[in-house]
Design a protein around this ligand. Structure first.
Ligand code: PMP
Length: 368
């Protein structure tokens, strides 16, 4: 009998659903693509220049595992000014994803339960399972609000962590100050680690961004430059939280990712001086086009941030069926079941040109 090579932990999840969508996409000749989870604008010029300069000047080696000092110090200063927490330290991670992986590895023991909200970013249940944890999804349908009573009811002596993501992928929903405060206080009261994935914090359109860290000084915040500066391929994120947690994550990073790519970290430092308001305004406008365009055609909870909308498929149609019909007409969107235990909705990414949006809306209207 040959000995099986593949480790058991890899069997806790599959990624076949999303791959099927991308395989379909690859077959479409000139798709109207509203499926992409990254900005459609170019990396700002001065950020590109900073990266090129770093490469040309030979700043290409490993950096300190916690990140180059100028970026870390700049982040630390901004974080201290914003929160004023005594025990809040930052390090530079290999993307927000790298931060999420390390947070799970640092905090989740086998059997520990981790609460998160359904619909969810695809990585959460997989990373929880990979760490040996037990994923505990809490449904937020139909309005995608955080019901604190449901969270409290889901807490057991094994609950180690709550993961929150606002603005959210895939819904674009922004949690209210009250929801975030309530969640933050709940986590504090039960001594549960609150992990806040803030990768879309720059794309909030109707009110200023608020972090649950404002209400709970032990919140672990994960953020990065991927979405804010369209540098998803450059892999620069950062994590801040209690020093003991951050030190542990740095220790793990030393022996896994080693460091974020050094030239891209110099670009990150430059990125901190870029005014993002024009990008935010452009995406607010695209958000408005989608909301207007689908009004009267689809049920849609108002998306206040990120660059996603998550409409409901018409009554009697699953998200998958709706998406199959859209794809048959050359429009690519993603079935909600990829991000959820429920297949009733679909995700639109409006990080696309206005012309692509116009054609996408037209097809979506024709489908109902
Ligand atoms: N969190 C969320 C909610 C995301 O949508 C994404 C990217 N799709 C990430 C994290 C990962 O981002 P990064 O490129 O920084 O790893």
């Amino acid at each position: 009998m040959p000995r099986p090579w593949i480790a058991e932990r890899t069997k806790a999840f599959t990624s076949s659903g999303i791959r099927r969508v991308f395989d379909l996409a690859a077959k479409l000749k000139d798709p109207i693509n509203l499926s992409i989870g990254q900005p459609d604008f170019a990396v700002p010029e001065r950020v590109r220049q900073a990266c090129i300069e770093a490469i040309n000047e030979g700043r290409n080696g490993y950096s300190q595992t916690q990140g180059i000092a100028p970026l870390r110090e700049r982040l630390q200063a901004e974080i201290e000014a914003r929160y004023g927490h005594e025990d809040r330290q930052v390090f530079v991670s290999s993307g927000t994803s790298g931060g999420l992986v390390l947070a799970m590895m640092a905090l989740v023991n086998p059997g520990d339960e981790v609460i998160y909200f359904d619909p969810y970013f695809v990585m959460y249940p997989s990373l929880i399972a990979l760490a040996g944890g037990v994923p505990v999804p809490i449904s937020t349908y139909p309005d995608f609000r955080i019901d604190l009573e449901r969270v409290e009811a889901a807490i057991t002596p094994r609950t180690k962590m709550i993961v929150v993501n606002s603005p959210a992928n895939p819904t674009g929903i922004v949690a209210s100050d009250d929801e975030l405060r309530g969640l933050a206080e709940l986590a504090e009261r039960h001594e549960i680690a609150l992990v806040s994935d803030e990768i879309y914090s720059s794309f909030q359109y109707d009110q200023p961004f608020v972090s649950p860290a404002k209400f709970n000084p032990r919140t672990i915040v994960i953020d990065g430059f991927s979405k804010s500066h369209a540098m998803t391929g450059w892999r620069v994120g950062y994590v801040h939280g209690p020093a003991e947690v951050i030190e542990t994550m740095i220790k793990l990073q030393q022996y896994t990712f080693v460091c974020a790519p050094q030239p891209a970290q110099w670009a990150g430092l430059e990125a901190m001086d870029v005014d993002l308001s024009s990008y935010r305004d452009a995406y607010r406008d695209k958000r408005d086009r989608i909301v207007e365009g689908l009004r009267g055609y689809y049920e849609l909870v108002h998306p206040g941030g990120a660059f996603y909308a998550f409409p409901k498929a018409p009554e009697g149609t699953t998200g998958t069926e709706l998406v199959e019909r859209a794809i048959a007409r050359g429009l690519l969107v993603i079935p909600g079941g990829i991000f959820s235990s429920q297949d009733t909705h679909f995700r639109i990414s409006y990080a696309a040109s206005d012309e692509t949006l116009r054609r996408g809306i037209e097809i979506l209207r024709e489908l109902v």
